[in-house]
Design a protein around this ligand. Structure first.
Ligand code: NAI
Ligand code: MG
Length: 353
């Protein structure tokens, strides 16, 4: 019997639904091509529409249900009418934290054929992988809202950086840099954040001693974002905190073809829990329902998922199909300069497979 790979699909809201359906199309096709691949997809209707009906973003027992899957494939969540902090915290962050997906891997690569955003930077100079801490730091959720509605109103939002959490993400990045023979850059802000980021820098320094073969750099976040734009070839593997990683990867998407091409993997390296794969963009209410959303980020995320599940060859094949498809921008969605529709892009990928 072929091993069944169980994938939980949460299309979510807005264009999430549209782009995930293209990714699943591609995965279904791979299943047809390869007798050793057998996916079982189960769909969960969680998200803002579900919230409007039930008052919850997911079912009560969602985490128990999801736990039995090999991976989670997520579109995007969030929609006008439901406060963003609710949709984010009660679904996305709940899964990331609950399943200890403490590594967020975000490739930033300007593919050959994609029109460059930065006129002075050739395509091959934007090729990096950002490793973002994914469960603690600035998004730990610790804080207080005091004296609400009074003139003494005070809010605290506390970053929480544990030794375990900081060390493991930095070590993961060092291992990757070592394996790929690349430089590793830490991005922090030790001058102003005088507890959390001084700590981060010292852990980076400490762990670096175990990897004398890895060449390292350390940048403050403000300088780093400037170099992302003026000289992105400085960056190969990047490791950074939850908030900074969130921000620099959207910037990365901006210089590497836009949100429609940016994928992210939320990894539990121990495989104790399922990992989750998603395009990093949101539900894009401004273009939802028009068939113009670019599904290539979702397809790329499917490639990350297959890599994680041990189907490395198919992961690479999907990526090279994406690289081939972007050579023909006229067939792609408007964000890539074409006049194609979302529902056709999966088929283009399939042709190349
Ligand atoms: P967004 O990523 O949804 O959209 C930003 C801009 O990029 C928009 O102009 C949109 O049209 C465009 N865009 C995004 N993805 C695209 C694609 N695949 N193809 C073509 N154009 C694309 O971010 P925004 O507008 O800040 O947030 C919208 C909603 O999504 C909010 O409710 C937010 O909380 C949620 N969100 C959810 C995320 C997730 O589920 N992982 C991540 C980011 C935002
Ligand atoms: Mg983000």
């Amino acid at each position: 019997m072929r091993k069944v790979t169980k994938i939980a699909v949460i299309p979510g809201d807005g264009i999430g639904v549209e782009v995930i359906s293209e990714g699943v199309k591609v995965l279904n096709h791979i299943e047809k091509l390869d007798p050793d691949v057998n996916f079982h997809f189960e769909y969960f209707p969680w998200g803002c529409e579900f919230y409007n009906k039930t008052g919850k973003m997911m079912d009560e027992n969602a985490m128990d249900v999801l736990k039995s899957f090999d991976a989670i494939y997520l579109g995007a969540v969030g929609f006008p009418g439901v406060p963003d902090h609710i949709s984010l915290w009660d679904l996305l962050l709940r899964i990331r934290k609950g399943f200890n997906q403490y590594i967020n891997v975000r490739p930033i690569k300007l593919l050959e054929g994609v029109k460059e955003t930065l006129a002075y930077v050739p395509n091959d100079e934007i090729d990096m992988t950002v490793i973002r801490e994914n469960v603690e730091g600035e998004y730990f959720g610790a804080g207080e809202w005091l004296f609400k509605g009074t003139d003494k109103e005070t809010v605290l939002q506390t970053g929480v950086f544990t030794r375990e959490g900081t060390e493991r993400v930095i070590r993961y990045a060092f291992e990757l840099a070592k394996e790929q023979n690349k430089t590793l850059t830490s991005i922090s802000k030790g001058n102003a954040l005088n507890y959390s980021m001084v700590f981060w820098d010292s852990v980076f320094e400490e762990v670096s001693k175990e990897y004398p073969e890895v060449r390292t750099q350390s940048y403050l976040i403000d300088a780093a974002v400037m170099y992302f734009v003026t000289d992105p070839k400085r960056f190969e593997i990047v490791v950074t905190s939850n908030l900074f990683g969130d921000i620099v990867t959207d910037l990365g998407a901006g210089i590497a073809g836009g949100m429609g091409l940016a994928a992210g993997a939320n990894i539990n390296p121990e495989k104790e829990f399922p990992s989750m794969f998603e395009p990093i963009h949101g539900s894009a209410p401004d273009i939802a329902g028009q068939g113009t959303a670019n599904p290539l980020a979702a397809v790329w995320a499917a490639s990350q998922m297959l890599e994680h599940l041990g189907y490395e060859e198919w992961a690479l094949k999907i990526l090279s199909a994406v690289e081939s498809v972007v050579q023909k921008p006229e067939l792609l969605t408007p964000d890539m300069g074409g006049s194609g529709v979302t529902g056709d892009i999966g088929n283009l990928i399939i042709e190349y497979l």
